[in-house]
Write a protein that binds this ligand. Sequence first.
Ligand SMILES: Cc1cc2nc3c(=O)[nH]c(=O)nc-3n(C[C@H](O)[C@H](O)[C@H](O)COP(=O)(O)OP(=O)(O)OC[C@H]3O[C@@H](n4cnc5c(N)ncnc54)[C@H](O)[C@@H]3O)c2cc1C
Length: 423
Amino acid sequence: MSQATDIDAGSTVAIIGGGQAGAEAATLLRQNGHKGRIILFGEEKHLPYMRPPLSKAYLAGEIGADALIYKAPVAYEKAGVELRLGERVAGIDREARRLRLESGESVAYDKLVIAAGGRARELSVPGAKLRNIFYLRTIADVELLQPQLQPGRRLVIVGGGYVGLEFAAVAIKRGLRVTVLEGAPRVLARVTAPEVSAFYERFHRAAGVEIRTGVAVSGFTPGPDGENVGAVQCGDGLSVAADFVLVGIGLVPNTELAEEAGLVIDGGILVDDVSRTSDPDIFAIGDCAVHARHGFLQRKMRLESVPNALEQARTVAAVIAGKPAPAATAPWFWSDQYDLKLQMAGISEGYDELAIRGSTEGSSFIAFYLKDGRVIAADAINRPAEFMASKRLIADRAKVSAKDLADDSVPLKSLIAAAAAAA
Ligand SMILES: Cc1cc2nc3c(=O)[nH]c(=O)nc-3n(C[C@H](O)[C@H](O)[C@H](O)COP(=O)(O)OP(=O)(O)OC[C@H]3O[C@@H](n4cnc5c(N)ncnc54)[C@H](O)[C@@H]3O)c2cc1C
């Protein structure tokens, strides 16, 4: 037995947060050969589950709660992970290397992984505490929302991002009357080109969703009972009647524990290229972490996506177990609305050229974003095979002409090969 294994046998890794990032890190630690204790603390009482279906198939009632479970209990048993669900960590004592649980218990750690995710950003306007104003982050949130999804009810969604639009797609199919209010001049403004936003706006409107952009919500007023929301008020004097409201305006990373412990926070818990925080024994992964310099993007970035959560989990599991960290890859994401499967890779911000392959008049196309002649991002709608090729173009930072990218008769694989040969 090597000396390293002996040292390992005594070490405890504690993980704060039972989302996909925490669950993945816990089980992979063992696969990577960690010999000591692994303890996972999850505030929610559920087994670690996948959030993406909460605004898609699960919300629509197409899958049950069982299908949300990320890993079966046997996976944790096999990996010897101590699952402490329904337990909130209330404090980190870095000097003593101990966690303080809300129950009062104190638990020692040698290495700590913070995978605390985030919470829905709240809208702080007058009337925001009225009843029937909802947020969507957890299974518990969906349980509150499900009874509201009755045909004919008037739903106002504040925020035309992914969560708001996915919710709109499910609700309109159920026969609700749906209005989306978006503050920016177009939906998905932070993440896509105007052409892609226009496509989604058209699609939603054709399905019956009313979309109003450039609208600032200024408050909520009660309905006749004085308790439930009755209307959403907007800055321009517009008032939209509502039986219930979904607010989908983004996420606040859960950084408080880290901040109280004195770790560096900068729009998230700041981590280096192996997800280590300013304390060498503490790592942070998933939605709560901000990459000081993302390994692929080479810029500061906080990512809210399952692929990023899992990639960071893989990194910390390897590094804590004494293995080399896997190489960083281009971020990617997906969104399902109606029968549209959107898959996005790379970060389009800062692009100077756009190439559309296929037509935004149909329901299958790819928007390629280029900067200085190189592909930096792609949004693929209903083109899963070509999405894989697009990821490769982005990974290779391929130099490709916008004309060829836009030409459906030129196979993307030939562009990958040509760019590689020219590099
Ligand atoms: C409705 C919705 C749809 C989404 N759709 C997509 C999608 O289509 N594609 C995609 O890539 N991503 C999607 N996302 C984002 C994705 O789900 C997140 O990026 C991912 O869940 C992040 O995982 P995480 O483990 O970092 O955080 P989380 O999933 O937030 O898990 C963190 C966990 O830590 C717990 N916790 C926090 N503090 C403590 C504490 N002090 N003690 C104990 N436990 C604590 C929290 O309760 C939570 O359970 C979606 C998110 C939502 C809400």
